[in-house]
Structure formats: C-alpha cells, structure tokens
Design a protein around this ligand. Structure first.
Ligand code: CA
Ligand code: CA
Ligand code: CA
Length: 293
C-alpha cells in the first residue's frame, strides 16, 4: 500500500536572540571615517554617514533638536570646524569642510524615527564632536527604545584653546545597543557646539519569515488524486521539492511543476498511482545579515 506524506520543512536559521546592555565607545580621536568603530559598515554602505558636505542634514530617519550646517561659504567662515578629511586633506584644519553648528544652545539631540528606517531603530550610532569653547566640558548621552537614558560618556574636557577649525581635539562618541537607540545627545557645558559625521545603522539580522505550510488533500472521484497546496502569500521564491525516501542522505529534487493559484493557494495535483513520494516547500536562499541601509 502506498502512502503519501505532506512534509513542510521549517528552516530555522541560527540567529538566536540575546540580551545585551549598551556598549559606549569613546571619546576617540577622529580625523576621518577610517577612525570610526563603524568604518566597516560605513564602507559596506549599511551604516548611514552624514558628513554635512552636501549642505544639509538629509540622511533618512533622523532629526536634530537645533542647529544648522555651516561651511567655508558661511555664515561663519573661518569658524566652521568639519572633520578633517572632508576637505580632501588631513592637515589639522577643518575649515574647508562643513559641520553642524548649534549657536543658541549648548547641546544637540539627534532623534531617530524607526518608521523611516524600515521599522527598526539603529543598533549603533555615533557623532564626532569638533568644537566648543575653550575649557568646556562635553557629555555624550544615548537613549533606548523607551526614551530612557542608556548612559553617558563624560563629562570630559577635550576642547583645545582654538575655535578656528583645529582638528586634533576632535573626538568620536558612540555606542552599540542591540535593542535599539532612539536618540543621541551631545552637550557642552558652555554655549555653542559643533559636531560632524553623524553615523548610525542597524546590523541585527532580520528573522526569516515562517515558511509556508504545505498540506495534502484527497480529491477527485473516486479520490484517485491528491492536491498539494500552500499559501501564495509569503511563498515567493519557494519551490516544491520531492524525495523518494527520508532515509539519509535524503535527496530532495525540484518537482519542476509550476503551481496553479486557486483562492490564494498554490496548488499542484498528483495521482496516487505513482511511487511513494515525500514533499516539502523550500526557499533555496541562505540567511543573510541585513542593515537598514
Ligand atoms: Ca582638513
Ligand atoms: Ca564635514
Ligand atoms: Ca575641532
């Protein structure tokens, strides 16, 4: 007696969740993005980097509490203080580039919008402090998904005695927090602050969706056929495979039949009068890490 089995195989990728606490990074000297702890993902284009060289804050999913872009063209030429390499040469000066300047407050908060970032907040973020009044003390703070502080770096006294674009003082502040970062804030104890190279990204693997469930139904008259079916929704890229036995090594092969769509179900008909066969639907694609960019 021949039997047929419907087999739906769940491919669970080993992407186990863990509990983390925020890891703060900095202050570290920073003259170019090659100094960033996120340089690899910046290079891979999975971390956003705003250098302000385009004259705007226009990377997605982030807003600033205050400030404006300043550069060599104004409004305060000679006082702008970009990350050093943005003007094309690391020469101890940042006046050839652009940065973000807050004149009327002593802090700036960058707030992230998950809806604009594929539904996920950044899991790493950072900013480069480039200037403040001589003697000012700087504090970096980050906030979690619920808006509660994750912690701080500082106060630290990193400012030199110049406000004319020197870069030896410039420092990176940032963190990693796998549960998500809703905002970062950097402040000086004295009014006025300049920052540059805002950077953030999300490197958490996206969990693969549950595979479609394969079902088998007797059909026909007198039930000489069977119907394999699985939902069309969420099945893009899945194929129907068959195997003659489940004894190792199992040799699954593509049955090579394109399903017919009926009432939202992919369906394939078969006859009982063929050799025993096991079936599954499978998406032949490995788990991949994905960022928000
Ligand atoms: Ca320079
Ligand atoms: Ca810049
Ligand atoms: Ca500086």
């Amino acid at each position: 007696m021949k039997k047929f089995f419907a087999v739906s195989v769940l491919f669970v990728v080993a992407c186990a969740s863990k509990t983390f606490s925020a890891t703060f990074i900095g202050p570290i000297p920073y003259l170019c993005q090659s100094d960033s702890p996120f340089k690899d993902t910046i290079a891979a284009d999975t971390t956003f980097l705003e250098t302000f060289e385009g004259g705007k804050l226009n990377v997605p999913g982030v807003t600033a509490s205050a400030g404006q872009v300043i550069g060599p063209e104004g409004p305060f030429p000679g006082l702008n203080d970009s990350v050093d390499c943005d003007d094309g040469v690391i020469d101890g000066r940042g006046t050839g580039g652009h940065d973000w300047f807050v004149q009327d407050a002593n802090f700036v908060t960058f707030t992230f919008n998950a809806d604009a970032l594929g539904g996920r907040l950044p899991t790493h973020a950072g900013i480069v402090w480039t200037d403040g009044a001589p003697g000012t003390k700087t504090i970096f703070e980050a906030f979690g998904t619920n808006g509660v502080s994750l912690g701080t770096i500082g106060p630290t006294n990193i400012a030199d005695n110049e406000i004319t674009g020197t870069t030896g003082e410039d420092r990176f502040f940032g963190l990693r927090e796998p549960s998500g970062i809703s905002a970062i804030k950097i402040s000086n104890s004295d009014p006025g602050i300049e920052v540059d190279h805002l950077q953030y990204g999300n490197e958490t693997p996206i969990a693969p969706p549950a595979p479609p469930l394969l079902t088998i139904t007797r059909t026909g008259d007198p039930q000489s056929q069977f119907l394999l079916s699985w939902p069309k929704a969420g099945s893009q890229g899945f194929i129907l495979e068959g195997a003659a036995t489940l004894k190792a090594p199992v040799k699954w092969v593509d049955v090579g039949i394109s399903p017919t769509v009926t009432n939202g179900q992919n369906t394939v008909r078969g006859n009982w009068g063929v050799p025993m066969q096991f079936y599954r639907v499978r998406k032949p694609e490995p788990c991949r890490r994905q960022g928000i960019r």
